[in-house]
Design a protein around this ligand. Structure first.
Ligand code: PEP
Ligand code: MG
Length: 875
């Protein structure tokens, strides 16, 4: 069996057998790059070692001996030789990179005799004894399992004795004494340090095999989901030295700047040093550009070789090198880690340079990275004290002063101050405060709570359901355990991770660069799913369009009624007792609603706009009863108990009491409103068609799709369809032409999915409202569940994910599958999309792709993430 490979026998694509490091060394050697000679023991050997250590070592050993003799020929040095001795490094190299997890031994082959030979060959006593000292230390640590601290203690004692503070100031005499004391230390422990280089090599190889199963390596693999049975290869490489004088050095470089992606050689080096010195931070490395003046020829060669490597691997490389007496050696190359910003720039520029295809560029950037680009973020490596943890409701980070009141947030925000609006939860009444705040923090509510949905729509960071916060609105403080945070104190929230911290942490700013746009264009070319956006205002629509949305998948009309100038009219409508009163209020609302539609349709010219008719229970438009009572008492105290305001409040209180339901989310809402009070939906449909006719007469292309919420029966759908069609006829007559509209329904309750075949007789499109569909399928309240038990369910693995965040494929997904199949049976060309929050979640998008939906619709700020995710789903 072949256990040992020469570089000539390896290639970059043999990582499984030779490990990442070994395969790349072989590849570099074979394309003629200056790599120190060496050989590789396979991962197969490592695997066989576990079941029969002795037998395996005996069977590989003749091959190792052969390989060492070849190495001797190649280097002109002798392993264990009394003249010009060959020293090697023994390194682990797994098929998957596990940085710092496994062991390395340098300078192997040294003993009492070869150390003198090394001194003679290099002409440098100090260097030879320092190498020997390092070798004993490393070997004892890795192979013999001796605590490194004991050596450090001896080292510091010798430094003290010589009166110096740095290792490299030690004379060769001191180093020699140090080696003697190291060996005495081992003796005193009953350990005989192996002097035979062959024995050293054998023990070192075994140590690398064993290091695969150290607890830290096992833990690392389980965290990163790396299989335990890959094994590690062992690279045995002849040593080259960067510490033989001022024409030597060592360094690390990237072929492009790993933080910006700019194409330039980027990195650091140290003159007269070994790799360890760079890591140990004893001396500060110099920027690689200085190598140009200190070693111009080496620099030029380095530039040439790194460019060659990048072209060869067609990706940004992270390269280790050493210069020994003016000769450059490459010790390692691998694909370099990079920031999100750099990932985008490198991918797009490599397409322009003809190195990779657009498809490869798209593959190399993850939706998570795109997410990072769209919002200010906390530096992910930043260490800070977490004050409290909540739900990551809307991504990005924000810094600001704590404010507990929406009006105050608005005042301060308009005055140019950064504020974080902190509330137990938010309601539509707080919208102006959310708008003015940098970020939102709530102690209650889940991922689809009002605060969360609105924050995502606005692209603002939000941490919701932060139950550890005890908010005392009356006193203007919040408590977390013993800590009290007052109004106006500065905090930082991280909505990507659901964290809260005290003080102002530094933020990294977002960028929507041309490169990024180009990458998303490549993505669109690869995906089958379209990406639409949820938006309720002309500004939302414009933003959605500029981020590349191909339509509006959900315009929630109720949001239009929440604005300050409409709310009183809306309340008038809700408070109406007779139909006549209601119609009067509705006719005022229609004027405003029409203007909204004109704005949105115009912004989306040429693209479909899906308008959903009124959905929430009517009581949501009324102020809270206790607040109204308080106001009434105040009026009475002022002697205005019979005035018009007091009279109005009494009516509203009465109406609110009569609208009260035990379970409003399962109550009088959605299309049930439109069936019982037809005039409400008729007004909305008229507003839509009036806006359409006005714009079409001006030659603007408008595609209004009218969508019914919470439909559960065929009869609901039939009546609503009939109503829209008859209105359409009126307006088509007025226009003197056809209006390209569609009527469809959301699928938001299990029954709708189960009878989708029947609904499709009248519905020309379906849109999955997976927020409600998840709520009604699981029977979990979307407003309460997450903060109460759902987060804990996920933590203790009762559920794999929060189903309001990642679509539940086996339950909710199954209903969707059924609805798609049966809807298409009835109406083969039925248009099907999704507009629940899942439409912006990459895992859920992949599922929608599988179901063959036409589009996913998400908040405008998530459109870029969704575009990339849709392409990844198709790759
Ligand atoms: C849904 O239920 O998924 C939906 C999009 O509607 P809303 O969130 O407005 O209830
Ligand atoms: Mg809904």
């Amino acid at each position: 069996r072949k256990w040992v490979y020469q570089y000539e026998e390896g290639r970059a694509d043999m990582k499984g057998l030779l490990g990442g490091k070994g395969a790349n060394l072989a590849q570099m050697w074979n394309i003629g790059l200056p790599v120190p000679p060496g050989f590789i023991i396979t991962t197969e050997a490592c695997k066989a070692y576990w079941s029969d250590p002795e037998g395996l070592m005996d069977s590989i050993w003749p091959q190792v001996r052969d390989a060492v003799s070849k190495l001797e020929e190649r280097t002109g040095k002798a392993f264990g030789g009394a003249e010009n001795p060959l020293l090697v490094s023994v390194r682990s190299g797994a098929p998957v990179s596990m940085p710092g997890m496994m062991d390395t031994i340098l300078n192997l082959g040294l003993n009492e005799a070869t150390v003198d030979a090394l001194a003679a060959a290099s002409g440098d006593q100090r260097f030879a004894w320092d190498s020997y000292r390092r070798f004993i230390q490393m070997f004892s640590d890795v192979v013999l399992g001796v605590d490194i601290g004991e050596f450090e203690f001896l080292l510091s004692r010798v430094k003290g004795g010589q009166g110096c503070s740095y290792d490299h100031e030690l004379t060769h005499q001191s180093l020699r004494k140090l080696v003697e004391s190291y060996l005495r230390l081992l003796d005193s422990k009953g350990i005989k340090f192996p002097t035979d280089p062959w024995e050293q090599l054998r023990l070192a190889v075994e140590a690398v095999f064993k290091s695969w199963n150290t607890p830290r390596a096992v833990t690392y693999r389980s965290i990163h989901q790396i299989p335990d049975d890959l094994g590690t290869a062992v690279c045995v490489v002849s040593m080259v030295y960067g510490n033989l004088g001022d024409d030597c050095g060592t360094g690390v470089c990237f072929t492009r700047d790993p933080s910006t992606g700019e194409r330039r050689l980027y990195g650091e080096f140290l003159v007269n040093a070994q790799g360890e010195d760079v890591v140990a931070g004893i001396r500060t490395p110099r920027p690689i550009s200085e190598l140009k003046s200190t070693m111009p020829e080496v620099y030029e060669e380095l530039v040439k070789l790194t460019e060659l490597l990048e072209r060869h691997y067609r990706d940004m490389q992270d390269i280790e090198f050493t210069v020994e007496r003016g000769r450059l050696y490459l010790l390692q190359t691998r694909n370099g880690k990079r920031t999100a910003k750099a990932a985008v720039r490198v991918a797009v520029e490599m397409v322009r340079e003809g190195l990779i295809t657009p498809e490869e560029a798209v593959r190399r950037v993850t939706p998570d990275q795109v997410e990072q680009l769209l919002h200010p973020q906390l530096d992910p490596t930043l260490k800070f004290d977490v004050l409290a943890k909540g739900l990551p409701a809307s991504p990005g980070a924000a810094v600001g002063k704590v404010v507990f009141d929406a009006d105050e947030a608005e005042r301060m925000g308009k005055g140019g101050e950064d504020v974080i609006l902190v509330r137990p939860e938010t309601t539509p009444d707080d919208i102006h405060g959310l708008f003015a705040a940098r970020g939102i923090l709530t102690s209650h509510g889940g991922m689809t709570s009002h605060a969360a949905v609105v924050a995502r729509g606005l692209g603002k960071p939000c941490v919701s359901g932060c139950e550890a916060l005890d908010i005392d609105l009356a006193r203007g403080v919040m408590r977390v355990g013993q800590r009290e945070i007052r109004k106006y104190e500065v905090i930082t929230i991280d909505g990507s991770r659901g964290l809260v911290a005290l003080g102002a942490l530094p933020l990294v700013q977002p960028s929507f660069s041309d490169d990024f746009r180009e990458l998303l264009d490549y993505a669109d070319g690869l995906s089958r799913l379209e990406v639409w956006a949820n938006g309720d205002t002309p500004e939302d629509a414009q933003r959605a369009r500029s981020f590349g949305a191909r339509g509006i998948g959900l315009c929630r009309t109720e949001h239009m009624f929440m604005q300050a100038d409409r709310l009183p009219v809306m309340q008038e409508m809700v408070a109406s007792v007779t139909k006549e009163e209601r119609i009067e209020a509705l006719s005022k609302l229609k004027v405003m609603q029409k203007e909204d539609f004109v704005g949105i349709f115009r912004a989306m010219e040429g693209l479909p706009v899906t308008v959903r008719l009124l959905d929430p229970p009517l009581h949501e438009f009324l102020p809270k009863v206790p607040e109204m009572r308080e106001r009434l008492e105040a009026l009475e105290a002022e002697g205005k108990g019979d005035g018009p305001e007091a009279r109005k409040i009494r009516v509203l209180i009465q109406r609110a009491e009569s609208l009260k339901e035990a379970n409003p989310m399962l109550g009088f809402r959605g299309c049930r409103l439109g069936i019982i009070y037809p005039e409400i939906y008729e007004m909305q449909v008229e507003a839509i068609f009036e806006a359409t006719v006005e714009l079409m007469s001006q030659g603007v292309q408008v595609y209004p799709d009218i969508m019914m919420p919470l439909v559960g029966t065929k009869e609901e759908m039939r009546r609503l369809r009939e109503m829209v069609d008859s209105k359409a006829k009126e307006f088509e007559a007025r226009l003197g032409g056809e209006i390209p509209y569609m009527v469809g329904t959301m699928i938001e309750v299990p029954r709708a999915a189960l009878v989708a075949g029947e609904l499709a007789e009248d519905a020309e499109f379906f849109s999955f409202g997976t927020n409600d569909l998840t709520q009604t399928t699981f029977g979990y309240s979307r407003d309460d569940a997450e903060g109460k038990f759902l987060a804990e369910y996920v933590r203790i693995h009762v559920l794999p994910d929060n189903p309001f965040h990642v679509l539940d494929r086996s339950g909710v997904g199954r209903l969707m599958e059924l609805a798609v199949r049966e809807g298409r049976q009835t109406r083969p060309d039925i248009q099907i999309g999704i507009c629940g929050e899942h439409g912006g979640n990459p895992k859920s998008i992949a599922f929608c792709h599988k179901l063959g939906l036409k589009y996913v619709s998400c908040s405008p700020f998530r459109v870029p993430v969704a575009r990339l995710a849709a392409a990844h789903a198709a790759l």
